[in-house]
Each structure stands twice: as structure tokens, then as C-alpha cells.
Design a protein around this ligand. Structure first.
Ligand code: ADP
Ligand code: ASP
Ligand code: MG
Length: 486
């Protein structure tokens, strides 16, 4: 620890101040030009204590998981061949960003990572399956590789960047593939490992998405989890702001890949944005806003290819215009129906929740009548076991291949005309369940998965006709003036 820190205990206790956590997603680190843009953005925050969180290079996580499956099916040679392509890509990106000396060092480090990866694939092939624990170990390498390259590139560009292994900082439970942070232990690690670096003016660079349980076994926070890593670290450090740098101009009225005329939303409340993330909008991990909300840290969603754009600012309260703010869909859900032998009471509900929890099956939405419970889940893998557990008290059935289409906006539930407009816009479709979230922030419909895109497009076209102005209005526009975006 530095002299300043040792001499001034108070400063240490209240430090670090003005931390900005900057998370860069897969497309924002996908190649050398993207990483050069990242460097410029990190530079533009030089007045802050900066912490950088990076995703794996675009598509690498998918590729690693696929390799694991291929190895698990016994095709180790095919998996090893594909691993070489991933290695060449990382080496190529590093060679474009670094001078010869730095490149040789990073090349050697990458060689070590890829050796570990080959050994891991071999042991998966020997096991004959890709277990959730091995999947987390394997898929987490994407972030180890990218953070290595990005930290070296930042150093080469003159920043005092230092690579920190997230698995030594972010402590999680052992729910492989969807782990949650253990706050106390994470806080202690952040205090001992990250705060001193920030205090010295260094720029820690960490891979997002990954952590380790208290025994040091690698875990991941679920797909898209780098956003969550950024907010966990931001909350732990009581950051001044958290920036999520991605490939779109902030949060939009719909996924622009589905609705090309979707409009950016300049400002949203935590509740609205969190509901949207939980309803399947890929732009943010479903749990990512919870830590920021708890510490009241503003989150900015920004475009790394267009850093001057305002993006979306997410704060506690927005005096926004009520009504529909965004339309989204969550695919791959299953609708479960539970028919109870007797009238449903709180004990029955508790038994149902316990059974789903025991089998690590997250419940998205629940509706209840006197004798039936309907709920939505994202994975059907454990439903037979849950049905078995509940057999003595209820009969359970389910339908796969459904999508939950959601309209999100503050007070949406208090405006009955919105629901009737939705019904009118999709009156010809088979809407299997319509429910209004108890949180007041969304209305959701279950449709056949094959019609999810069309439903989103029709509802978006209805609530955001193409001839209206591009940006959504806000009533308290007071963007924080910062160089280069935000
Ligand atoms: P990153 O790799 O930066 O984390 P993601 O692919 O996870 O990026 O998230 C960004 C993508 O989220 C966008 O390219 C867009 O297609 C999708 N998306 C879905 N819904 C929305 C929305 N409402 N607003 C903006 N983007 C959305
Ligand atoms: N690389 C991980 C994924 O693709 C995490 C992330 O990008 O946020 O899911
Ligand atoms: Mg993402």
C-alpha cells in the first residue's frame, strides 16, 4: 500500500472516490480496431479512478461451449482443431496492437492459457460429457484471454493497466452456469485486491462473466454476465458511475435487430430498465441492475462505435412520460400448469416454490387461481423431477417452445387502455396467457415461439409508429457533460 494510504487512514476508509467502472461487451473488443476504440474511451475518463471489465471477443463464448460439447461427444480431434482457430484469432489481434517485445510476452501467456484449454478439453472427452462445472471452467477462458490482450494493449498505449484475475475477486455460490455473488467475501477481496491498485492510480482490467466459489472452483454468472460483473464490482467499490459499452446507442424501444426503426431511450429508471432486462432484452443481463440500484449508482448504456452519443442513463427516478417504453420478448420459455388436488393455499405455494428452487429452476412469472397455478420457466430440463416431487399434492404438465412478449413502462398497469390496444393489435393471434406483472412495470403475453418476432414487430409498430420523432422524450433531460460520451 502506498505512503499516502498508510499516512491517512481516513482517506483509505473513504477511498476510492470517483470510480468509473467501464464494461466493454464482445463486439466492443472483437478485433484490433474495436480495442483501439476502447483505449480512446478509457483515456477519455482519465479524471476518474478507472476499472475496466471486458467480455470475451465476440462469439468466443459460444465457440468454447460448442467445443466442450464436441469433446464431450468424443470428438476431441475436431474440438482441438477448432481451438487452434480461436488461438490464431487472439494472437492476430494481439499482434496488431502490440510491439514485438510485448507481443512475445503475451504470446507466451496465451500459450499457457491454450495449453490449459487443451487439457480441459481432453478431460471433458474422458468424462464423456460437458458438466455444468466443466462448462463454466471452459467458457470462462474467453474472458481470461480477452482481458490479457486488452490489458497489454492499454499498457502499450501508455495506461498503467494491470490484469486482475476475476476469479480471485468475485466470489460466488456454486450454481454453475448461473452463479450469484457472495457479497461479504467479494467485498473483502475487492478491498484487498482492487482498492490498492485504484489508489495507486492503476487501471485494473478484469474479465467479466467469471468468478469462483469459495473453494476457488471457476463459476460463471450466466450468459451476458459481464454486465453483472461490472455492477457487482461497481457496487462493491461504491463507484460514481457504471458504463456498459456495447454495439447500440443505448436501450432502445425494441431490439433494433428485430425492429430497425427502434428509437433510443435517453433516460430510464432502475425499475423500468431492470424489468426490461428481466423480460429478455439482451442489452443488459437480467440481474445486472440490482447491485447498482441498491447503491444508487447511475448506469449508462453507451455505444463504443459512437461514443459521443448520449446513450441511455439509468437512474433511480425519472419523471418520464408514462406509457409503453419498450417491447421485448423472452424466447425458449415453457408454460407450466399445476393442478392441485385441493384448494391452493400458502403452504401449497411454498411447496411449489421449494420444488422449483431445489431443482435450480428459476420461475419467471406466476399466476394463480383457486386450484391451478401457471408459471413460466426458462429451462425444461428439471421439470420431470419437479413434477415427481409434487406428485402427491398436484398434477403438473408443460408446453415447450413458447415466448413471453413483454411491454415495459412505468405505471403501464394503471392504464387499462394499453392492454386493450395490445389485444386489438394482436387480436388474430393465439395469446395463451396475458398477465400483468405485480410490479406495475410490464404486461406480458405468452405466444408460440415461432411468432415472437412478428408479435414484437407488430406491437412496436403500433406503439411507436415510424413517422414519430426518433428519440423518446424525457422530461428531465440534464445529461452529465463528459468528454467522449455518457
Ligand atoms: P454486448 O456484447 O455488448 O454485451 P449484447 O449482444 O449482449 O452486447 O447486447 C446488445 C444487443 O442487445 C444489441 O445488439 C441488440 O441487438 C440487443 N437488444 C435487445 N433488446 C434491446 C433493446 N431494447 N435495446 C437495445 N438493444 C437491445
Ligand atoms: N462472454 C459471455 C457471454 O457471451 C459474457 C458476456 O458477454 O457478457 O455470455
Ligand atoms: Mg451482453
Amino acid at each position: 500500500m502506498s505512503e499516502v494510504a498508510r499516512l491517512n487512514g481516513d482517506a483509505v476508509r473513504h477511498w476510492p472516490k470517483n470510480v468509473v467502472v467501464m464494461k466493454f461487451g464482445g463486439t466492443s473488443v472483437e478485433d484490433a480496431p474495436a480495442i483501439r476504440r476502447l483505449i480512446q474511451i478509457v483515456r477519455s475518463r482519465a479524471n476518474f479512478s478507472r476499472l475496466v471489465v471486458v467480455s470475451a471477443l465476440a462469439k468466443v463464448t459460444d465457440q468454447l461451449i460448442l467445443l466442450g460439447k464436441v469433446a464431450g461427444e468424443g470428438q476431441l480431434e475436431t474440438a482441438t482443431r477448432s481451438l487452434l482457430a480461436i488461438r490464431l484469432r487472439h494472437e492476430h489481434v494481439a499482434s496488431e496492437l502490440l510491439n514485438r517485445e510485448d507481443y512475445l510476452r503475451v504470446h507466451l501467456e496465451l500459450q499457457g492459457d491454450f495449453l490449459s484449454l487443451s487439457n480441459l478439453l481432453r478431460s471433458i472427452a474422458e468424462d464423456g460429457q460437458l458438466s455444468p462445472q466443466s462448462q463454466d471452467h471452459l467458457s470462462g477462458f474467453g474472458e481470461c484471454l480477452s482481458s490479457r490482450v486488452v490489458s497489454a494493449a492499454l499498457r502499450r498505449a501508455g495506461e498503467d493497466a494491470v490484469l486482475v484475475d476475476s476469479r480471485s475477486c468475485l466470489v460466488t455460490d456454486s450454481r454453475y452456469t448461473c452463479a450469484a455473488p457472495l457479497w461479504q467475501q467479494t467485498r473483502e477481496r475487492v478491498k484487498t485486491l482492487l482498492e490498492p491498485l485504484l489508489l495507486e492510480g492503476q487501471v485494473p482490467v478484469l474479465g467479466g462473466f467469471i468468478g469462483a466459489n469459495s473453494d476457488g472452483v471457476p463459476t460463471t454468472l450466466g450468459r451476458g454476465g459481464s454486465d453483472f460483473s461490472a455492477t457487482i464490482l461497481g457496487a462493491t467499490l461504491r463507484a460514481h458511475r457504471i458504463e456498459i459499452w456495447t454495439d447500440v446507442d443505448g436501450i432502445l424501444t425494441a431490439d433494433p435487430k428485430l425492429c430497425p426503426n427502434a428509437r433510443p431511450i435517453p433516460r430510464m429508471s432502475f425499475d423500468e430498465a431492470s424489468e426490461l432486462a428481466q423480460c429478455g432484452a439482451k442489452v443488459l443481463h437480467p440481474s445486472s441492475l440490482i447491485p447498482a440500484m441498491r447503491e444508487n449508482i447511475p448506469v449508462f448504456v453507451l455505444n463504443s462505435s459512437n461514443p459521443a452519443d448520449h446513450g441511455t442513463e439509468i437512474i433511480a427516478h425519472v419523471n418520464s412520460v408514462h406509457g409503453v417504453r419498450s417491447v421485448t420478448a423472452k424466447r425458449n420459455v415453457a408454460a407450466v400448469e399445476i393442478e392441485a388436488a385441493e384448494q391452493i393455499d400458502s403452504r401449497m405455494l411454498a411447496a411449489v416454490y421449494r420444488a422449483f428452487d431445489r431443482h435450480h429452476c428459476a420461475v419467471d412469472l406466476m399466476e394463480c387461481s383457486r386450484s391451478r397455478i401457471w408459471l413460466m420457466v426458462g429451462s425444461t430440463a428439471n421439470l420431470p423431477a419437479i413434477a415427481d416431487d409434487l406428485r402427491s399434492v398436484a398434477r403438473m404438465g408443460w408446453e415447450n417452445h413458447r415466448a413471453l412478449v413483454c411491454l415495459v413502462g412505468e405505471g403501464i398497469r394503471r392504464q387499462p387502455e394499453i392492454a386493450s390496444r395490445v389485444f386489438a393489435a394482436i387480436s388474430d393471434m393465439d395469446v395463451r396467457l396475458a398477465c400483468q406483472s405485480p410490479s406495475d412495470w410490464s404486461i406480458s403475453f405468452l405466444v408460440d415461439e415461432s411468432r415472437a418476432e412478428e408479435t414484437v414487430q407488430r406491437l412496436h409498430g403500433h406503439f411507436f409508429p415510424p413517422n414519430e420523432s426518433r428519440k423518446q422524450p424525457t422530461s428531465n433531460c440534464c445529461a452529465e457533460a463528459m468528454g467522449g460520451g455518457g
